[in-house]
Design a protein around this ligand. Structure first.
Ligand code: NAD
Length: 271
């Protein structure tokens, strides 16, 4: 899909932060937000993964507004700097996408008895603490902002969970637990934020073609097996997750908060 595709207006004038924006789902979401008129603060540990052009440069090349903010989502001060950088550049934050995540088990699945405390803790630092910090500090900023009068909501938070937060797959205890925590945290935080008109939802992707699962997709037999496992008989595409994020960030979803939305080709509904 062309990144320069027709500009929509669903997010016109809105200011967004996307963590993990240098790769995979975060990059696709940043580009989709750009196409729908949002300014994007691209937050990641590195400006670009592998040999790709940094996401914020690509956005600017297409006439969008974007900066890069080097961020470690698991570090409180780093998240606070990110929020300050976004406000310094664009004046406010309307959308926070807590997407950055790690999955040791994607390339190295291990049963629980071989999962070390280091793997467990490092997974939780990024996937749970990172989401918590992003929700907390972007939320504090949103709580203190003047509302845009024509908008029903004061802000939007979107977390990236996973179908593995709902369903058991062997060899993934640390990752699955972290995503289950994101699902529970999203519901609870949505209740905190609802009286303040800040919407908080999560997206649960199924297996989606990104660098995170490249070890799996590199093996055509494994890829075929995984595709067959999805009721739609294929892996997800990053743009499909990005489009769900556009929906949750836009006024199209004004009635929705506390939702953990599966975008998984039917995987979680399957017997
Ligand atoms: P990816 O590896 O392609 O991208 C993840 C990005 O997050 C990278 O750019 C990485 O640098 C960044 N990141 C990691 N730790 C960080 C930290 N501490 N601070 C800042 N940035 C950090 O993976 P992806 O597939 O795009 O994954 C995005 C999210 O989607 C993750 O939360 C992942 O768990 C989730 N998810 C992915 C799939 C899938 O099949 N690809 C399925 C379900 C959920």
């Amino acid at each position: 899909k062309s990144t320069a595709a027709a500009v929509g207006h669903l997010l016109a004038g809105q200011i967004s932060i996307i963590t993990g924006a240098s790769s995979g789902l975060g990059r696709a979401t940043a580009l989709a937000f750009m196409r729908h008129g949002a300014a994007v603060v691209c937050a990641d540990r590195t400006p670009a993964s592998s040999k790709m052009q940094p996401t914020h440069e690509l956005i600017r090349e297409h006439g969008g507004r974007s900066i890069f903010a080097q961020t470690d989502v698991s570090d409180e001060q780093s998240i606070q700097r990110l929020v300050r950088a976004a406000v310094a550049e664009f004046g406010r934050i309307d959308i926070m996408v807590n997407n950055a995540g790690i999955a040791h088990e994607a390339s190295n699945p291990r049963p629980v008895w071989e999962t070390t405390e280091e793997i467990f803790d490092s997974t939780w630092r990024v996937n749970v603490r990172g989401v918590f910090l992003g929700c907390k500090y972007a939320g504090i900023q949103m709580l203190g902002q003047t509302r845009i009068p024509e908008r029903q909501r004061a802000g939007t938070i979107i977390n990236t969970a996973s179908v593995l937060g709902l369903l058991g797959k062997s060899g993934t205890p640390a990752y699955a637990a972290s995503k289950g925590a994101v699902i529970a945290m999203t519901r609870a935080m949505a209740m905190d934020y609802a009286p303040h008109l800040i919407h908080c939802n999560s997206i649960l992707p199924g297996f989606t073609r990104t660098p995170m699962i490249s070890t799996l997709t590199a093996d055509s037999e494994v890829e075929k097996y995984m595709s067959e496992h999805h009721p739609l008989k294929r892996l997800g595409e990053a743009d499909e997750i990005a489009e769900a994020a556009v929906f949750l960030a836009s006024d199209m979803s004004n009635g929705i908060t506390g939702l953990n939305m599966s975008v998984d080709g039917g995987l979680h509904s399957q017997l």
